[in-house]
Design a protein around this ligand. Structure first.
Ligand code: ATP
Ligand code: MG
Length: 460
């Protein structure tokens, strides 16, 4: 009996293990991109956030520094997702046909987006550049929206996750898509263009940003140029290029270039009429001169509006319609926004700062007509070993501007020898403003997002 008992016990153990292996084998079937595409077409939309699960959508379990989306797959299904895509077998063992297993969820998201984009064949304009991507993207979409059904990147969703999610929002009725692509390391634009496969491209500009990641300014140019490299390999592609930008011209060889800028006789040329502080400009296409008053702050927006005009003209939007679209566009992106407080007029540009956009903002601000002008600048982040030099250049430039008051915030500016008022962080500045708030000034507030200067308006 003892032997029989032992035998039965072992037999039971083995059968449990055997069943487990079989179940594992069954569930381990990896989805291919075409099968995933079939599931996606049933759903019509994708979510990667288990807190936001539209009924019938497909949940894709991404991983971040602090979370593992796989652990939320069940929850996403309970909340209404039709399928959940996971990449860890232990979350796919249950005998649930709604759970789909792939090798790597991020890769699956990107490949699915690319596959879907190919099936639809929508014309896509890819946009990258150091500054002005979001603004230009929205201007382009506004202009093209006068004639076409346009899909464009929401907000700033321009990275390896945001770009595929944008593509997966495409519907057959979209005629054109404008997709923003951002980068802070070499190779990123190459990777994104191979997901997007744009038919047209625009690099708004190349400037000094994310130097830590790119290694050098040449690194920035090379990375942005990956968009041109891709388009060079495509038939019938075109790029829209700012004519006076020497760096872009250097790398645009062999491409069909549609030119815009300030030189006369271009496909679209234009110039600033006034900027106090909203930009008014004139542009010439095929049908003579148009004068447009915009809601955009800063002369640097001239390039952005001319780019949108050139793209509008290229796609056959009437010139009057282009002007109407550009004058009606009101920026919603929290960049260069004019705010009136009871005490002061503020230009708040506290989301993003790098040497190029800082110089552009200062250059613009020095031409704003006002009796009392003040600037509050926060550190520019991610500049690596060039940081000290770039902050010193900004201080040198400030010396030539004659602003009535200058306040510098952050440790990077803190290292620069200067007599301007300095604060180590925004909290210390806020303490100071509570007892000594300026009154009657036009104030430019600009710095990297992490400097949190967006908290200042309340105290100004
Ligand atoms: P991000 O890298 O954060 O996505 P972005 O390239 O999308 O930025 P925008 O959000 O359009 O750029 O603008 C950010 C800031 O860059 C603006 O507030 C302004 O200070 C500056 N900027 C915008 N357009 C230009 C331009 N053509 N040249 C230089 N600076 C610009
Ligand atoms: Mg952007």
């Amino acid at each position: 009996y003892a032997q029989l008992f032992t035998f039965c016990r072992f037999a039971m153990y083995f059968s449990v293990i055997f069943v487990r292996i079989i179940r594992l084998k069954i569930k381990k079937r990896m989805e291919t991109i075409t099968s995933l595409y079939d599931f996606f077409t049933e759903c019509g939309q994708v979510t990667t956030d288990s807190r936001n699960c539209p009924e019938g959508s497909m949940f894709i379990a991404l991983k971040g520094g602090n979370f593992n989306g796989n652990a939320f797959a069940e929850q996403a299904l309970q909340k209404g997702c039709r399928y959940a895509v996971v990449d860890e077998p232990e979350y796919a063992q249950k005998d649930d046909p709604r759970i789909l297993l792939v090798e790597d969820c991020l890769k699956a998201l990107q490949e699915l987006a690319n596959y879907y984009r190919r099936q639809l064949g929508t014309r896509i304009i890819g946009i990258t550049g150091t500054n002005g991507k979001t603004t230009t993207k929205e201007l382009i979409a506004t202009v093209l929206g006068r004639k076409y059904n346009v899909l464009y990147t929401q907000g700033n969703l321009n990275n390896h996750i945001g770009v595929p999610l944008t593509l997966l929002r495409l519907k057959p009725e979209h005629e054109i898509a404008v997709v923003e692509m951002g980068a802070s390391h070499p190779g990123e634009i190459h990777m994104l263009t191979h997901i997007v496969e744009p038919d047209y491209g625009i690099i708004t500009n190349v400037g000094k940003a994310h130097l830590e990641g790119f290694g050098s300014f040449e690194g920035v140019i090379r990375t942005k140029g990956e968009l041109y490299d891709y388009l060079r390999s495509r038939k019938n592609s075109s790029v829209f290029i700012q004519n006076e930008n020497p760096y872009l011209n250097q790398i645009a060889e062999g491409l069909n270039c549609i030119r815009y800028g300030q030189t006369e006789g271009l496909y679209v040329s234009g110039h600033v009429l006034k900027c106090s502080p909203f930009l008014a400009f004139a542009w010439i296409g095929e049908k003579g001169l148009h004068e447009v008053q915009t809601h955009l702050i800063g002369t640097y927006n001239l390039d952005n509006v001319l780019a949108a005009a050139a793209i509008g003209r290229f796609f056959g939007v009437e010139e009057e319609e282009i002007s109407l679209a550009l004058s009606s566009y009101i920026p919603q992106n929290n960049r260069s926004q004019l705010e009136e407080t009871p005490n002061n007029h503020l230009i708040v540009d506290a989301y993003n700062a790098n040497p190029t956009s800082m110089m552009a903002a200062l250059e613009n601000f020095r031409h704003v007509e006002a009796a009392h002008k003040m600037v509050i600048l926060g550190d520019m982040k991610e500049l690596g070993s060039s940081s000290k030099e770039e902050h010193a250049k900004i201080v040198d430039f400030l010396d030539t501007c004659n602003f009535e008051k200058v306040i510098l915030v952050g440790p990077e500016f803190g290292c620069i020898q200067t007599s301007y008022e300095k604060y180590p962080d925004v909290d210390t500045l806020i303490d100071h403003l509570k007892s000594d708030c300026p009154i009657g000034f036009y104030i430019l507030v600009k710095g990297s997002n992490s400097m949190k200067l967006s908290r200042l308006p309340e105290f100004l």
